[in-house]
Design a protein around this ligand. Structure first.
Ligand SMILES: [Zn+2]
Ligand SMILES: [Zn+2]
Length: 280
């Protein structure tokens, strides 16, 4: 079975109301997108910072600007659709207890754990750009992968989102001089210890980076460490459901991965990937 567990029902742009996107009509568009892409199971994982309850976890100005919706109304809506219920939750160092309180109070099928921020700055948001005034790519990559390792080890999350998001800008930002494997290593050890599933995300194909998250070398190291993968497009529009899955499935096949992680009410199991067309 193919899954797409990292879906946003609405775009990131401001002024998109929940009433406009958390609707049965919109979900129907995502279902049609899944059917067209051969995706058998979908799950919604809206950004936690869209919800007012997230301000109990972190008071970053970006979160204060974004936190408008009610998390429980969201959970109720998604449950009613029959899609899997998830949430994309940032790892905020030092706020582990508050994060656990927020997550444990709800009956998610799974939680996608993300690192978008290192300190107060974001690796993927021009408004809070970590690269502003920062030319040392090795320093940024080290800090990013250390945060990712903490995220993987925290025991709060089921899926580690877009694991090398720091590369999102591609050649638009400086690249580290050290072999990136040095940085992947920091995270892979934590991934194995934390027992978290690693997201294979096609979102990077739509970004300046132009590659899957994680990079092939990183994915190889995850396989060696025995980590399972979860498959996602990080769609923000219905037509992005299952986007670029051929590329993701090619990589999994090349790595000898035959199963992916599927989730229900916090329980993880492995499900076989469908045989590829043209395969014997
Ligand atoms: Zn994300
Ligand atoms: Zn996302």
């Amino acid at each position: 079975m193919l899954t797409d567990y990292h879906l946003h029902l609405r775009p990131d742009e401001p002024n998109t109301t929940p009433e406009g996107y958390f609707t049965e009509e919109n979900v129907e568009r995502y279902r049609a997108g899944a059917e067209a892409g051969g995706v058998g199971e979908q799950g919604v994982s809206e950004h936690v910072y869209r919800f007012t309850q997230a301000l109990e976890v972190w008071q970053h100005p970006f979160w204060r600007e974004q936190a408008r919706d009610d998390l429980d109304a969201y959970c109720e809506f998604v449950r009613g659709t029959g899609l899997r219920l998830g949430v994309e939750c940032d790892f905020v160092p030092g706020a582990e207890d508050r994060t656990a309180n927020l997550l444990e109070a709800r009956d998610f099928d799974y939680v996608v754990g993300s690192v978008h921020f290192i300190g107060e700055k974001a690796v993927d948001h021009e408004g809070w750009d970590v690269w502003e005034g920062q030319g040392d790519a090795d320093e940024v990559w080290r800090r990013y992968f250390e945060a990712l390792a903490e995220c993987a080890r925290a025991g709060l999350f089921d899926i580690l989102a877009h694991p090398d998001l720091v590369k999102v800008w591609g050649r638009g930002r400086p690249l580290p001089e050290r072999d990136p494997r040095h940085y992947y290593e920091l995270a892979v050890e934590a991934i194995a210890e934390g027992g978290i599933a690693v997201e294979l995300s096609t979102a990077g194909l739509r970004k300046p980076a132009g590659e899957l998250y994680p990079a092939r070398a990183f994915a190889e190291m995850c396989v060696e460490a025995g980590a399972p993968f979860a498959l996602s497009s990080d769609a923000h529009l219905p037509e992005q459901v299952g986007f670029g899955y051929d590329r993701a499935l090619d990589l999994l096949a090349e790595l000898g991965v035959e199963e992916i992680a599927v989730f229900e009410r916090g329980e993880r199991r492995l499900a076989p990937l469908p045989a590829r067309v043209g395969e014997n």
